[in-house]
Design a protein around this ligand. Structure first.
Ligand code: IVH
Length: 671
């Protein structure tokens, strides 16, 4: 065979195999047997090995996993990957519908689709070829896990129909129950820790560095959103899903278009009772979306969630089992949590061995004793909880649970602060507190030091190498490499990660410190307002509490943190290691619209919503999603929604798109 022939045959086999894939996965109408498929695949693999230069980027052989990757590239999403507000009962679904009707002034049709319990992924196609696959990440940017995504057999590597040059499809990657059980069985046999549930398992799998292992995990994806030129897409969400099917994507099965909220509620009930128990993949609710996508912009979003969709969450699943013992866990803040050690039981597709009892008030309230038969429930949290005791099953031999007098880890006496339920260990050098503080410090939303997981922190602590956060930055290559299950290469990788973390912005550092009540949001507000740690240290409780979104409780906790000498010393050490303790100043241009609040309604001809918002904000304006008396101007585009009527009713000034264009004219070169 000459090179030309080989090239042609590789192309032919690639196309043929992809077509059979499509017939099998999408159409459910295979034309050849699995054996014949494998033979064609083997032939292609042989040819690709001999002539690697002709291998196509979308070759079906990449399904079995290519070369391991070093790390993942971080990529910004084309538009944020948002999450949805939840409804837990019929009433909350009715409220959702009421708000939709109130804004629009009429009732609408809905699409109801199963809410897949996996992880969100965005697939990017350029000229029909899959070129990247980005995890949800923080919603704004995620990791490109393309090599692992290629192993997901129901994701098309190439779209055959004509689609716009840039084409993005989003959906949920998940593990079918059967595959999940198989993975855990193997893990157990190898003496490894098992995954708590299919969701954790898929989250771990999509981030594996070795696509060959990922391929063996047999992930699947159901798609529910397409982002491309609007003119290419039908207005109906339901029709968009059908279009995705036609293009080769799998969408959530059992999706229906429904006439009104009454039908939606009936379907949610029927699905939960009759369809869900027989499903082979994890579903934790039903997503309800206004079917006409054109109305999504009109409905807009609240501060956190879109108003055009809601997630109806199913009731958590319950099981009964026996409490074998109660152990105590010490968290980052020293709080001691009682945990029930259970006789293993199946719950929502996973085996449960432990359940939280929260605190000692809860133990009293439930009157739970060792030896009791209890109901355990899983409500999305990783560790399930005990919800009730089956009192009738008592034998009389059950033992009461006594709160510990000493910390189970360091042995120091525990304390209970006035007005608090929690029992705490307050020994600052308690290894459990230090360990959990370090795990928080290195976690993804904080310093994001990848590879520094629980087992590594344990090993470093055993060797006395971690005394506080600053010790992380003093670790030497030989110290890490000499640990069990570590080597030169993994030590180098960890040091790279540690070095990289020094570039994390000030608000991440502030959050990483683990100041009580200072979560990510508060850390961001504090960093933006005070701009440097020194300003924050010198601020009074009143000055801190003045910031909108920060209350007395946070302000006092911050002040208390900085009043302790060892915390100030720690910050000095971290500063010396080069961590960011200042907010980078963005250069601002003129702010002619400072102090004014704008609302946008209707379609603009020259801007997308996002562009108009960003432009207004760059001129100092605030852009809000709802009209009130405080609104300065409503910018009205074509086919305006209820916001226009509301503006007129309230006497708020309205202007058209020309208003924006005038500003563009004036400031275009300065932005
Ligand atoms: S729609 C505008 N549909 O659940 C689109 N999400 O809290 C927003 N999910 O982050 C998402 N199944 O990761 C949508 N059929 C479905 C879904 C679904 C699972 C996930 C998704 C999202 C979260 C919503």
């Amino acid at each position: 065979m000459d090179r030309e022939e080989a090239k042609r045959e590789i192309e032919k086999l690639t196309e043929e195999l992809l077509r059979h894939n499509y017939l099998y996965f999408v159409k459910n109408q295979p034309e050849i047997s699995d054996y014949e498929y494998d033979m064609l695949l083997r032939r292609l693999k042989e040819l690709e090995e001999r002539y690697p230069e002709f291998k196509l980027p979308y070759s079906p052989t990449s399904r079995v996993g290519g070369q391991p990757v070093e790390g993942f590239e971080t990529v910004k999403h084309s538009i944020p990957m948002i999450s949805l507000d939840n409804a837990y009962n019929e009433g909350e679904l009715l409220n959702f519908n009421e708000r939709v009707e109130k804004i629009l002034g009429y009732s609408v049709e809905y699409t109801a689709e199963p809410k897949i319990d996996g992880i969100g992924l965005a697939l990017i196609y350029k000229n029909g070829i899959l070129t990247s696959a980005i995890t949800r990440g923080d919603g704004i940017q995620g990791d490109n896990v393309i090599e692992n995504a290629k192993t997901i057999t129901n994701i098309p590597l190439k779209i055959y129909d004509n689609v716009p040059e840039t084409f993005e499809v989003r959906g949920e990657v998940f593990l079918p129950f059967e595959t999940f059980r198989q993975i855990n069985k193997e893990k157990e046999e190898n003496g490894e820790e098992v995954f708590a549930n299919p969701r954790n398992a898929v989250a771990g799998t999509i981030r594996l560095k070795d696509p060959k292992i990922a391929a063996k995990r047999k992930m699947k994806m159901y798609c529910y959103q397409v982002i491309t030129e609007e003119t290419f897409l039908p207005d109906s969400h339901f029709e968009r899903l059908k279009l995705l099917n036609k293009l080769g994507f799998s969408t959530p099965p059992h999706t229906l278009k429904l006439k009104n909220i009454k039908e939606v509620i009936e379907y949610c009930k029927r699905f939960e009772e009759a369809i869900k128990p027989a499903l082979t993949f994890p579903v934790d609710g039903m997503v309800i979306k206004v079917d006409n996508v054109k109305l999504w912009d009109v409905l807009g979003t609240t501060a956190k969630f879109p108003r055009y969709a809601i997630a109806f969450k199913f009731k958590p699943e319950q099981a009964t089992t026996k409490v074998l013992d109660v152990t105590f866990q010490v968290g980052r803040t020293g709080i001691i949590t009682p945990v029930a050690e259970l006789e293993p039981v199946k719950l929502a597709g996973t085996t449960v061995k432990r359940a939280t009892l929260h605190n000692f008030d809860e133990i009293k309230r439930l009157d739970v004793r060792i030896g009791d038969t209890v109901f355990v429930e899983k409500a999305g949290e990783i560790i399930p909880k005990v919800v009730k005791v089956a009192v009738s099953k008592r034998s009389g031999k059950e033992k009461a649970i006594e709160p510990p007098k000493n910390c189970p880890v360091c042995g120091e006496p525990v304390v209970q602060f006035e007005g608090e339920v929690a029992i705490r260990c307050i020994n600052p050098s308690c290894p459990a507190i230090l360990k959990n503080s370090i795990l928080h410090f290195v976690s993804r939303d904080a310093m994001d030091i990848r590879g520094m997981g629980e087992s590594l922190v344990d090993r470093l602590m055993e060797k006395n190498l971690l005394k506080d956060f600053s010790s992380i930055y003093e670790l030497k290559k030989e110290q890490i490499a000499s640990l069990e299950r570590m080597g030169e290469k993994s030590a180098e990788n960890l040091l790279k990660e540690i070095e990289k973390s020094k570039q994390k912005p000030f608000h991440n550092v502030l959050y990483a410190l683990g100041i009580r009540y200072v979560g990510q949001k508060a850390a961001k507000l504090l960093a933006t307002h005070f701009k440097s740690i020194d300003n924050l240290i010198n601020a009074s409780v009143e000055q801190i509490a003045e910031i909108e979104g920060i209350g007395e409780k946070i302000a006092e906790s911050v002040k208390k943190y900085f009043s302790l000498k060892h915390n100030l010393e720690l910050i000095e050490k971290l500063k010396k290691h080069g961590l960011q303790f200042k907010t980078e100043e963005k250069e601002k241009g003129e702010q002619p619209l400072k102090g004014l609040t704008f609302v946008l309604t209707g379609e603009l001809e020259n801007f997308t919503r996002k562009e108009a918002t960003e432009f207004l904000e760059s001129l100092g304006a605030k852009v809000s999603s709802s009209v009130s008396k405080k609104t300065s101007y409503v910018i009205v585009g074509k086919n305006p929604g209820s916001k226009f009527r509301k503006a007129v009713k309230l006497g708020v000034k309205t202007v058209d798109e020309q208003f924006l264009l005038n500003f563009v004219e004036k400031y275009k070169n300065k932005r």
